[in-house]
Design a protein around this ligand. Structure first.
Ligand code: NDP
Length: 335
């Protein structure tokens, strides 16, 4: 490893799962050595994703402890492991998806690391990569959205949600969007949603009736539902015959105990996808990333950053996203 690198770094790790009290900001974490096929990135911006809260709280199991949270970042390559591609030299500006991003340095597989074009700044790249690729793969691979399709998007003012509404609008879909506050619904409208609804948590029949009325009694071609437990049933209820139900998140808790026979009522296709299975190879990621950078450059999409927090303020940032106060992307910055 390059001799100019420090031996220790700042970072955030957890030793057990729990509330935000388990997040520990440390200043003496060993700088990782990149292994075969890995690059070491000096992080400039670190993306916060809702999935980080699942690992912290125990919704998803931790691979080991202590565990450094964080699934994406952008910065420059500071060191190389063996057998890395020549497209990723030391000094290259890159964005990546992987593990252990809440730190000054992250060793990450070169397969999930992409160069950032000169025209895109590192903040935009970290704000976009994981959430925008999630939205892009969902509307291409999970359900290939067609012009004129009615689509329901939940949590439409969140990170993935704002990407979904913008990308769906670009395809020519008609978007019904849900979000918890009038301000969030207005933001979703400004970004491309045509019909804005609250969740009607106390009256799901009303929600279903409204969506059916909007869609002429037919229902939507697809739902992209990230809320999970509290919306799954009403989302499934508004999918049209032979439509597609894409459940891709657990913000309100995981969906469990689903009886498969329910699908036969309308021959609905049900998916529970993750981004990583759509970009499992370097070629798949490169193709999607190329398209993403081009969309950002040419279509001038709104890459909304809610806030940039010093890494040290990780508890505040996490409380903000979990208390549903945020819109768009939250970033951390190691200072
Ligand atoms: P968001 O910025 O969308 O934040 C989460 C949002 O979920 C909140 O703003 C809130 O919006 C909504 N929400 C609904 N119910 C709750 C609840 N009980 N507690 C907290 N929030 C709630 O986060 P991300 O953009 O990072 O992620 C969005 C979703 O997409 C998450 O569920 C995430 O797991 C999923 N995801 C899945 C991926 C995959 O590969 N399958 C990849 C990336 C993200 P509101 O107040 O408007 O309801």
């Amino acid at each position: 490893m390059a001799s100019s690198l420090p031996k220790t770094m700042k970072g955030v790790w957890i030793e057990k799962t729990g509330g935000t009290e388990v997040l520990q900001y440390k200043t003496d974490i060993p700088v990782p050595e990149p292994k075969e096929g890995e690059v070491l990135v000096k992080n400039e911006f670190i993306g916060i994703n809702y999935i980080d809260t699942y690992y912290r709280s125990g919704v998803y199991p931790l691979p080991h402890t202590p565990y450094i949270l964080g699934r994406e970042g952008s910065g420059t390559i500071a060191a190389l492991g063996t057998n890395t591609p020549s497209t990723l030299p030391i000094g290259a500006r890159v964005a990546y998806m992987g593990q252990f991003a809440y730190a000054e340095y992250t060793a990450v597989s070169s397969t999930y690391t992409v160069p950032i074009p000169d025209s895109i700044d590192s903040k935009t790249a970290a704000a976009a990569l994981l959430q925008a690729l999630t939205a892009l793969t969902l509307i291409r691979d999970a359900y290939p959205v067609q012009k004129g399709d009615w689509i329901l998007v939940t949590a439409a003012a969140g990170g993935v949600g704002l990407w979904l509404v913008q990308l769906l609008k670009a395809v020519g879909a008609r978007i019904i969007a849900t979000a918890s506050t009038p301000e969030k619904r207005e933001l979703a409208r400004q970004n491309g949603a045509e019909v804005l609804l609250e969740y009607y948590d106390d009256d799901k029949d009303k929600f279903v009736a409204e969506v059916l009325e909007i869609t002429g009694g037919e229902g939507v071609a697809a739902v992209f539902d990230s809320v999970g437990k509290s919306t799954f049933d009403s989302s499934l209820a508004v999918v049209k015959r032979k439509g597609t139900m894409v459940s891709f998140g657990n913000a309100s808790g995981p969906v469990t105990g689903f009886a498969l026979g329910r699908l036969s009522a309308k021959n609905v296709k049900l998916l529970r996808p993750t981004l990583f299975n759509y970009i499992a190879t370097a070629d798949e990621l490169a193709a999607y990333a190329k398209e993403l950078w081009s969309i950002i450059e040419k279509d001038k999409l709104n890459v909304r950053v809610h806030d940039v927090y010093p890494l040290e303020d990780v508890v505040r940032a996490t409380n903000d996203i979990e208390s549903r106060k945020t819109t768009g992307k939250l970033l951390l910055q190691p200072l």
